[in-house]
Write a protein that binds this ligand. Structure first.
Ligand code: SF4
Length: 468
């Protein structure tokens, strides 16, 4: 359970509202913005909040960064690659700035929250005008106002890591599917993970605030809500405010489809499984990151469960919800990982029969416990292992797809298929992409279908005819 969040005061939030109004009235302010988002859904949702504030200042979204007056990079630092890519793209923006001296460049998010990276950005990227960490998102209006008034770069890196800012404007990317962040931060300190250092300690929003937001979304016609948190299973403020209770309340409210992520296996309680099994609207999909199938590696990762405990949770889930789809995250090449330990992961993947997995090569993150470990594997070996794991995973996906042939599904249609204009595409209840014949009139509708064919990463379906 999370501890004592500190709510950003109404005075601080009012200062932002006032800054928004003043910027909106400035004749010389930026007219357009473009946000580039890296990383997870939490970051995607932060970007929706940043966009919400910028739109209230009167700015419009530019589809291309080349056309924007203000470009913000909302960064991720979970893997070195993501950081490198973000920094490479920021460097490239300097070329745009040479052509347009008024261009405002901002870098924010998890990468900036690391003091050594913030320092590096300040030293090596003098053309960056605005840099702020994950705990300063709500202060964008104030920071921008200072920058516009003074022309001096603005840097904010709050170290108070247990804050929650309620009531910020949000510009949602999708009118049919919406994110709701229910908790922030993480207390788990998995040995490879930088998140607790850049997102702070766990703190949960109040259930009333979450339900109010969900009700507003429901009334605006949203069909699917994704509850977000680094470890939603440990959501709670004591007493009645638990994650199973929150799920039940949302289910009773009648939100058509409810998903959530991410779930830590150690906190997957029987009460949560019961809430999922008993809910009418809670989708039969769970993303349950296992990371490794080896008990020695799980211990070194500080994951607080064993292979056996994880498999027992999977068994309980499948007993309660037989057609549940499971997805996971896997790390290959954790320091010291032997071939036998890697094969434990392979065998676990085969045993569980996941629908899909995100597979990653271990990436050392400065400041984490695992970064100090010896026994790093050569790149050739990790690449070879991840290739083998991906092939095993693909076979698992195909087994899932084959088992679904002839089954009925409900698809929330998101778009016209990119490959065939006579087909529409959306996500089924297990989170799998499903395409079937349709038109733009289907977008935003939940349509019952029968699965008729499997492809590499999608299922093909036909509409259910009446009486089926
Ligand atoms: S549970 Fe572990 S992997 Fe997930 S955010 Fe927390 S520390 Fe990182």
């Amino acid at each position: 359970m999370s501890k004592n969040p500190v709510y950003i005061t109404s005075e601080a939030l009012k200062r932002q509202e006032d800054a928004i109004e003043r910027i909106a009235a400035m004749p010389e302010r930026p007219q357009s913005y473009h946000i580039v988002t890296y990383g997870c859904q939490m970051n995607a949702h932060d970007s929706e909040t940043l966009a919400g504030m910028l739109e209230q200042m009167g700015m419009l979204e530019a589809k291309d960064r080349k056309e924007a007056d203000l470009v913000l990079f909302n960064t991720c630092c979970v893997r070195e690659n993501a950081e490198r890519r973000a920094l490479g793209n920021v460097t490239w923006l300097n070329e745009l700035k040479k052509k347009n001296a008024n261009l405002i460049i901002g870098v924010c998010g998890c990468m900036v929250q690391q003091p050594h990276m913030a320092e590096r950005i300040l030293k090596q990227y003098p053309f960056v005008d605005l840099a702020f960490g994950t705990h300063n998102v709500y202060e964008l209006p104030e920071m921008l106002e200072v920058l516009l008034a003074s022309g001096n770069r603005v840097v904010r890196l709050a170290q108070q890591e247990n804050t929650i800012a309620e009531g910020l404007p949000v510009k949602r990317k999708n009118s049919n599917k919406a994110f709701i962040t229910i908790m922030y931060g993480c207390n788990n300190y998995c040995s490879y993970c930088i998140v607790p250092y850049v997102r702070g300690r766990e703190r949960s929003r109040s259930m009333d605030d979450i339900l109010r937001e969900a009700q507003t979304l429901l009334e605006s016609g949203v069909k699917e809500i994704m509850l977000l948190g680094q470890n939603v299973n440990s959501y709670g403020n004591g007493g009645q405010e638990t994650f199973p209770a929150l799920l039940k309340a949302l289910d009773q409210m009648g939100v058509p489809r409810i998903r959530f992520m991410t779930s830590h296996p150690k906190d997957l309680s029987d009460a949560l499984i019961d809430a999922m099994a008993g809910g009418k609207h809670i989708l039969n999909h769970l993303h349950l990151p296992v990371q490794s199938g080896s008990n020695e590696i799980l211990l070194a990762m500080n994951r607080h469960y064993t292979r056996e405990k994880y498999l027992e949770r999977v068994y309980s889930l499948r007993q309660a919800i037989p057609n549940i789809g499971l997805t996971t995250d896997l790390i290959v090449g954790f320091p010291g990982e032997t071939e036998a330990q890697f094969m434990d992961t392979v065998s676990l993947v085969e045993q569980v029969g996941y629908d899909a997995a995100f597979t990653f090569i271990y990436s050392a993150r400065e400041g984490t416990a695992a970064a100090k470990l010896t026994g790093r594997l050569p790149e050739q070996e990790t690449s070879e292992r991840i290739g083998r794991l991906i092939r095993v995973m693909e076979e698992s996906t195909q087994r899932t797809y084959q088992s679904m042939l002839g089954q009925q599904e409900q698809v929330l249609v998101e778009s016209i298929s990119k490959r065939d204009a006579a087909m529409v595409s959306g996500k089924g209840m297990r989170g799998i992409t499903i395409t079937f014949p349709g038109s733009s009139a289907d977008i935003g509708q939940i349509i019952p279908v029968t699965i008729i064919q499997s492809a590499t990463n999608t299922l093909k379906a036909q509409r259910l005819t009446e009486g089926e």
